[in-house]
Design a protein around this ligand. Structure first.
Ligand code: JD2
Length: 260
């Protein structure tokens, strides 16, 4: 997969040299380049911002450097070749999710445009959309200073889905959001640490009881922390023990009598 990131703070992306992302890059699975937006400025001050039309606080990123950057990174696509997909982090975007990470991991070429200030002149995105798919994306309902951290998050989620990045050990089914429930807690040695014991069931060797315990913990956790995820469960994914576990977690299951 090819990835281009455009930002006025290219140094922000130093973490992408490390750990498994760095290894994916070194191994040729991920061809990632970070670009300084100011490469495409020509005034003596290398200006990237200007005052907003209509007034209001702050500054807006001017369109010209972005237009040139996108011309350089996404030249007119010859014939039937797929154009790159442009991702623009913004607090007004669609929510980033594991499902979107899977979509992005299947793309041959991603371009990330990192805004700062009050964001990028909307015409940049409108014009880009005449040439390539554009997705405005948000990490969540809080306000950051710019898009750089969002790109780090998205690249971490996407890279671990690329074929060959994870060994067989950490395969796809492991994802906390794949089953529609949060994962159960995890433990390692020693069996007692500062007076806290590893749950006996996990040391019992009884794989049936272990699976049921993990399922109960998943349900308990999800009910306590993510009631929205419980509400989204299809009733026929719950058996009678699931309904009992949810009941104990103080979560009345609608149509519990439907449970298998
Ligand atoms: C960004 C800003 C608009 C006020 C570029 C914020 C984001 N989940 C998220 N929260 N905030 C962002 C984000 C992303 C890009 C930019 N700002 C600051 N923009 C109004 C402040 C500028 C994501 N993804």
């Amino acid at each position: 997969m090819r990835v281009d990131i455009v930002s006025i703070f290219p140094e922000y992306f130093a973490p992408l040299d490390l750990s498994l992302i760095g290894k994916a890059r070194a191994g040729g699975l991920l061809n990632l380049t970070v670009h300084d937006l100011r490469t495409w400025t020509y005034d003596v001050h290398r200006t990237v911002d200007d005052t907003p039309y209509g007034g209001g606080p702050g500054m807006v990123m001017r369109p010209e450097p972005w237009g040139e950057a996108l011309d350089a990174l996404a030249p007119p696509t010859p014939g039937d070749r797929r154009p790159p997909r442009l991702l623009v982090p913004t607090p007004t975007g669609v929510r980033f999710s594991q499902a979107l990470a899977h979509e992005l991991a299947a793309e041959p070429h991603l371009i990330f445009a990192c805004g700062r200030y009050e964001g990028i002149d909307q015409r940049v995105l409108d014009h880009a959309a005449t040439r390539m798919p554009v997705t405005e994306v948000s990490l969540g309902d809080y306000v950051l200073f710019g898009g750089e951290v969002a790109v780090l998050v998205i690249m971490e989620a996407v890279t671990r889905l690329l074929p060959g990045v994870l060994g067989n050990a950490g395969s796809l089914d492991e994802e906390s959001h794949a089953h529609g429930l949060l994962e159960a807690p995890v433990y390692t040695k020693p069996p007692v640490w500062r007076g806290h014991e590893v749950p006996a069931v996990l040391r019992s060797g009884d794989h049936g009881r272990i699976a049921r315990w993990r399922r109960d913990e998943s349900l308990r956790r999800t009910a306590a922390r993510r009631p929205d995820m419980i509400a989204a469960l299809s009733p026929d994914s719950l058996d009678k023990r699931d309904v009992a576990a949810l009941g104990e977690a103080g979560f009345p299951v609608p149509s519990a009598d439907m449970a298998k």
